[in-house]
Write a protein of this length. Structure first.
Length: 600
């Protein structure tokens, strides 16, 4: 099945072309309309038009306001009354005038149906007073020598009573190679005309001429004055301006001014090939600009990510410095609180006299005991626990404040990281809003490719940001677990730490006393030092467990942010690689298109 597809593709698209202009033109058409470029219907229509133009005379549009004499001009130019004239708008539909050996009328209906009639029936289709809603345009075929080198389109004008017909005129102007604007000489260059002239396509203006009809009504002096005014007013719309008289031309009067018209038409006929080349170049530029536009759109999201990473890297370094300073403060707070507890316990130690009885030595002292008094250290558990835990809120407040400060610090970290993510989210959503409704500005651009870029833009959050959001949420959870561990082992555990420390000191004092009484020579009495008590409290408050995570070069927050930054960079690299793969496709198409035009 794949072989059959390839064979069919090669049959359609790998065609051999003849040498010469037509062959080069067909080669260009074949390449630029390849399916991989997803050509629009409008582009295909444009190529078909140029293909037809390559084998037919160029089309010149006749445009002007109501009663400006367009039909009279054409009749005078062709030397026969092909078109009806009158005081009412008589060109109701765009009317092509083309060469054929015999007169004939073709009616193209809006449903695409062609209908051929005798030329005598033309009047039924050109009067705007008749209902012609189902007629799209007309074509008059005539055996006229001029029509062998030039075809004409007589338009209803750009101010037709029908919006549909005005639109049709504008569409036809896109197919015209040149334009002749007809204006009555005593009404030329007025504001009402200038408003319409702005609707003329820019690429037609270099092949456009303004003809001021009915010069026979004015003196030579008035004609010169009007031409001076018209040349100034029309300078941005037409390549030249000439005064003519259709009436004098019908009378074969050499002063009709039509020599300017024939020179203009000869130039257009002789520059058809140049026009086609120029149009093809514009089509190519349009296609290339489309790809460049898509690359620019992709560059924009790529730059968003790049600049975000640069800013975030600086922000992460700033946060690590700030957070590590605060972590050191919290770590020092654990140490200071431990010292306060140790001081209280140390202050509760009491020296007291104690005694024990031992058997006297000697034969006469057998079964006789003597009392031995000594001084020892004791710790009243109930008293000190009551002071530190049960009957005093001092340490409850200290550790409650520690927990509150630590919780606020956690919230600060979360807020900072959330702000970093929110910045990226906001920039991406702005990008999404900017391009998810993008429409092509050039009718020749590909509808499918623009649909693809809209789809890409609408999915940019799920494509790129959702994975980053998942990363941040996972890191938030890890951060929460760490702070919860600190809360549990320090804030919530301080009472248990006090109990364990007090019991340890008290039991050690009692055990020391018992051992001493059993064998004074083997055992010495235990006298707790403040530093020893402090170490015990620090151990019970997990001080040393958190030391590497709160201080040094590899603190928890340093590793946390470094890991976040590294994983974020990995995701960003994936994002950029995906964007670059899309850009490379557009760049490849751009490069291929660059070699498609056979003319420099």
């Amino acid at each position: 099945m794949l072989k059959e597809f390839i064979k069919e593709y090669q049959r359609i698209y790998q065609i051999s072309f003849d040498d010469g202009f037509i062959g080069e033109l067909e080669r260009f058409f074949a390449l630029i309309s390849e399916p991989k470029f997803h050509p629009s219907k409008e582009l295909i229509d444009k190529l078909n038009y140029l293909s037809t133009l390559g084998h037919e005379p160029p089309l010149v549009a006749i445009v002007g306001q109501f009663s400006s004499g367009k039909s009279s001009f054409l009749n005078a130019l062709l030397g026969s009354d092909i078109l009806p004239t009158g005081v009412v708008p008589v060109t109701a539909k765009p009317t092509f005038i083309k060469y054929a050996p015999n007169y004939m009328l073709k009616i193209l209906h809006n449903d695409g149906r062609d209908e051929y009639k005798n030329i005598d029936e033309l009047s039924a289709f050109v009067d705007q007073r008749h209902a012609l809603k189902d007629v799209k345009n007309l074509t008059i075929y005539a055996p006229n020598e001029i029509l062998k080198k030039i075809s004409f389109i007589d338009t209803p004008g750009l101010n037709s009573r029908s919006d549909a017909d005005t639109y049709e005129t504008k569409m036809i102007l896109k197919e015209a190679v040149a334009l002749i604007w007809i204006s009555l000489i005593d009404n030329a260059a007025r504001k009402s005309e200038l408003d319409e002239l702005n609707a003329i396509p820019n690429d037609l203006r270099q092949n456009a001429i303004a003809l001021l009809n009915q010069k026979d009504k004015l003196s030579n002096e008035d004609i010169a004055r009007v031409l001076t005014h018209a040349n100034t007013t029309y300078s941005t719309h037409f390549s030249s301006v000439a005064a003519i008289s259709a009436k004098l031309q019908r009378e074969n009067n050499p002063n009709s001014g039509f020599e300017a018209v024939f020179e203009f038409l000869d130039r257009i006929a002789n520059t058809k090939e140049d026009f086609i080349k120029s149009t093809c170049k514009n089509i190519l530029i349009s296609s290339q600009n489309q790809n460049l536009h898509f690359i620019e759109i992709l560059d924009e999201i790529s730059n968003i990510f790049t600049k975000f990473q640069d800013r975030t890297s600086l922000k992460f370094n700033e946060l690590k410095d700030r957070y590590n300073s605060k972590f050191e403060i919290f770590f020092e707070a654990i140490k200071q609180n431990a010292a306060l507890i140790a001081g209280e316990i140390n202050g509760a130690l009491k020296n007291e006299k104690s005694a024990y009885y031992k058997e006297k030595n000697g034969l006469l002292s057998k079964n006789s005991f003597e009392k031995v008094e000594y001084e020892r250290v004791s710790l009243d558990r109930d008293e000190i626990l009551g002071k530190l835990i049960y009957n005093d809120e001092k340490f409850a407040k200290i550790f409650k404040k520690f927990r509150r400060d630590l919780s606020e610090f956690e919230d600060e970290i979360l807020a900072d990281l959330q702000a970093i993510f929110d910045e990226l989210k906001e920039l991406t959503l702005r990008y999404k809003a900017k391009y998810e409704s993008l429409r092509k500005s050039d009718i020749l651009h590909s509808d499918l490719l623009f649909a693809d870029i809209r789809k890409f833009s609408s999915e940019v959050y799920s494509l790129f940001i959702s994975h980053i959001e998942t990363l941040f949420l996972a890191k938030f959870a890890n951060l929460g677990l760490f702070f919860e561990r600190v809360f549990i082992k320090v804030s919530a555990n301080y009472q248990n730490a006090i109990r364990l420390s007090v019991n340890f000191i008290a039991q050690k004092c009692e055990k020391s006393s018992q051992d001493y009484e059993s064998d004074p020579l083997a055992f010495s009495l235990y006298y707790p030092r403040l530093s020893e008590i402090n170490e015990r409290i620090l151990n019970e408050l997990s001080y040393y467990e958190f030391e590497s995570e709160f201080t040094g070069n590899s603190t928890f927050i340093t590793k946390f942010i470094n890991t976040l930054e590294a994983e974020l960079a990995t995701l960003m690299d994936k994002n950029q690689n995906y964007i670059n793969s899309l850009k490379s496709k557009y760049k490849s198409d751009f490069d291929e298109l660059s070699t498609s035009l056979p003319w420099s």
